[in-house]
Design a protein around this ligand. Structure first.
Ligand SMILES: Cc1cc2nc3c(=O)[nH]c(=O)nc-3n(C[C@H](O)[C@H](O)[C@H](O)COP(=O)(O)OP(=O)(O)OC[C@H]3O[C@@H](n4cnc5c(N)ncnc54)[C@H](O)[C@@H]3O)c2cc1C
Ligand code: SF4
Ligand code: SF4
Ligand code: SF4
Length: 390
């Protein structure tokens, strides 16, 4: 555990320890790579150990049910508009619509007006729409563990959607405070890894300009507007006043290239204990990669959801989701075979450390391009192959 070992891979940057500390003696600080870690002011600490108890690294999952009881469904929203406005097939929208009707408060991740990625709460459809589309930056959990604790104590119903490490942190936090979780539904994502806000800020100011210019633009990952004739959700779109919308791809954009190239994730992502088929949620959402091999009408690059119901509480939602989506049944084994990050942590890029070193003196774009440059022989081979196949 980071609080005892100072081993960076053992901290997920969830902020739960700082939120729980009764002495308020934990501050969150950035290291030289701008990832956040807790710093304890030892002279103020009363050694109550609450910070250790809420740490997700210690969370032992009691949600898991036998694989035979778990249900896996794949599918797309019946509304093409919802599918296009979602990262995958629109499962999250089907879930929040069902839960809003039952007065749940929905916690999810949105952009703020300065393009910072934050957790927030929503109680209307319009507010929930801001949570749609993956933001490939680790969110600021923004005090939401304490807010959720208060809501549950009041008897409110809450749905929390987040990365698996954040889902584990919330549940460890509530366990430590002995708060009943019957009214809580937890939804995690199959997660590849996340960079920090500083990296996105460096990139976006280099691309767009100063804070004012950033404020006046909008940015969206998982773009589904066609690019060169086809939809590829592994692209992003940036919209600026007075300029043509720009579609950003692995080929033309350093952030997209670095994200999908696994260049700059948090150290914990490389050994993530939550990339594990024993999920820490009631429902796990992800992409149904390779589903076109069985159902050619479904293109995962346009977006097909994979929905894993891990608990009976999660499964209670199936009937309601089914009314809003076209669904087909699969099983956990199929997910294991087709979606690596379901149960295997991401392998970090071999030049990750070089990238962070370069970033100290070079631009974001140059640091990405130098760190991800292919060896000359490989480039020559690819060039010859493209000439021969032309
Ligand atoms: C950082 C990240 C990495 C991912 N990696 C993979 C992967 O490797 N394989 C895979 O199959 N799926 C991955 N996903 C999940 C996938 O991209 C979709 O988010 C998921 O299938 C839900 O799609 P949807 O169409 O149902 O939802 P949408 O309507 O698009 O909803 C998006 C959901 O993601 C949440 N969210 C958005 N950004 C963040 C964030 N930064 N942190 C936490 N939660 C966030 C929102 O609160 C919302 O619940 C990843 C998502 C994120 C955010
Ligand atoms: S042991 Fe208690 S007082 Fe000390 S840092 Fe942790 S939570 Fe705060
Ligand atoms: S509680 Fe979260 S922020 Fe604190 S040490 Fe553990 S993982 Fe890191
Ligand atoms: S890979 Fe693991 S540590 Fe990294 S953001 Fe996802 S759940 Fe958290």
């Amino acid at each position: 555990m980071y609080l005892l070992s100072s081993e960076k891979k053992e901290c997920y940057g969830c902020r739960a320890c700082a939120e729980v500390c009764p002495q308020k003696c934990i501050t969150i600080v950035e290291d030289e790579e701008h990832f956040i870690y807790p710093y304890v002011e030892k002279d103020k600490c009363r050694k109550c150990h609450l910070c250790e108890r809420v740490c997700p690294i210690n969370y032992s999952n009691d949600k898991a049910v036998d694989d035979l009881d778990r249900e896996v469904w794949v599918g797309v929203s019946k509304s093409n508009e919802v599918r296009m406005k979602s990262s995958s097939g629109g499962a999250f929208t089907a879930i929040y619509r069902s839960l809003l009707a039952e007065n749940y408060k929905i916690f999810g991740v949105r952009w703020d007006k300065n393009l910072k990625v934050i957790h927030d709460v929503a109680t209307t459809e319009e507010e929930c729409e801001k949570f749609r589309k993956s933001k490939y930056v680790m969110s600021n959990t923004n005090g939401c563990f304490s807010s959720i604790a208060k809501l549950l104590m009041k008897g409110d119903k809450v749905c929390f959607t987040a990365s698996p490490c954040q889902c584990a942190a919330l549940q460890a936090f509530l366990q430590t405070k002995r708060i009943d979780q019957d009214n809580l539904i937890v939804i995690d994502l199959i997660c590849h890894g996340a960079p920090n806000q500083y990296l996105f800020d460096r990139y976006i100011t280099e691309k767009i300009g100063d804070k004012e210019k950033v404020k006046n633009c909008s940015y969206q990952f998982k773009n589904k507007l066609p690019y060169r004739g086809s939809v590829n959700s592994r692209t992003a779109i940036v919209k600026r006043q007075g300029r043509k919308d720009e579609i950003l791809t692995i080929q033309n954009d350093p952030f997209i290239k670095a994200y999908y190239g696994r260049l700059f994730y948090r150290p914990s992502c490389g050994t993530c204990k939550f990339a594990n088929s024993n999920r820490v949620s009631d429902i796990t959402l992800g992409d149904a990669w390779h589903i076109e091999e069985e159902y050619p009408e479904w293109d995962p690059l346009v977006g097909v959801s994979c929905i894993i119901f891990n608990t009976s509480k999660g499964k209670e939602l199936l009937e309601k989701i089914n009314k809003q989506m076209i669904l087909r049944k699969k099983d956990v084994e199929w997910v294991v075979q087709n979606n690596l990050q379901f149960n295997v942590p991401t392998e970090m890029h071999k030049n990750r450390n070089l990238f962070f070193k370069l970033l100290e003196s070079k631009s974001f774009k140059k640091s990405v391009n130098i760190s991800m440059k292919k060896p000359i022989m490989l480039r020559a081979f690819r060039k010859i192959r493209s000439i021969l196949s032309a």
